[in-house]
Design a protein around this ligand. Structure first.
Ligand SMILES: [Zn+2]
Length: 220
């Protein structure tokens, strides 16, 4: 995958990003936690209800946790329920299939995949390092604390996803859901630039992470 050994994916989330969305440091690039909500076109071609495939309804989440206390685990369980409800919704399907970037139905940095193929890839749950089509997210999550503005990160060579408790603790369950889903799409091979750009919001990790978060709020 990435040519760099220390290729660390970043995640930023939430509210409005203005002057501070420039990258800051080297190895773990700090990212202001306030990044803009992308602006996917509001369903230019809505898909009728009732078309959610069975795999969206049976989508599941398998997880192994490190350094989670009881409260943190409870929040994660709520986030997982939110993810399952959002994935099972026609609204999510419609927003993924109709996502547009530069006037076309596509995601930025989409690995040559159409929106339909990306949607199917999510439902398949086929991580690069766990390449069985098991219809589930396989998560290995570790909480750590850092004063930096890195919300979470993962590396291509391992399943482990690191979540910064500085953000995890104040996050709502739907924010955790979006954050975890963002990181998990990296396990499916989707990438994005470290530095903020408007285009980056249309990558699979960002755009779909935001979708999970935003659609998830109704299930809190
Ligand atoms: Zn990322």
């Amino acid at each position: 995958m990435g040519k760099s050994l220390v290729f660390i994916f970043l995640l930023c989330f939430f509210v409005s990003c203005n002057e501070n969305c420039q990258n800051q440091s080297a190895e773990v690039q700090e990212q202001n936690a306030n990044c803009p909500i992308p602006n996917p076109d509001p369903d230019p071609d809505p898909i009728p209800d009732g078309d959610v495939p069975n795999e969206a309804l049976t989508f599941d989440v398998n997880y192994v946790l490190t350094n989670f206390d009881r409260g943190s685990e409870d929040k994660l369980l709520k986030a997982i329920e939110i993810i399952k409800k959002v994935i099972g919704s026609n609204e999510f399907r419609s927003k993924v299939l109709n996502f547009t970037f530069q006037g076309k139905k596509q995601f930025f940095e989409n690995k040559g995949l159409s929106n339909e193929e990306i949607y199917q890839k999510l439902l398949d749950g086929r991580e690069d390092l766990k390449p069985d089509v098991d219809n589930q997210m396989d998560l290995e999550l570790e909480l750590y604390y850092s004063w930096t503005s890195t919300v979470g990160y993962t590396t291509p060579g391992a399943m482990k996803i690191y979540l910064n408790s500085k953000f995890y603790n104040p996050f709502t369950p739907s924010e955790v859901a979006g954050n975890v889903f963002h990181e998990w799409t990296h396990k499916l091979g989707f990438e994005h630039a470290t530095n903020y750009s408007k285009e980056r919001d249309s990558t699979v990790p960002y755009a779909i992470g935001y979708l999970i978060r935003d659609l998830g709020r109704q299930y809190e």
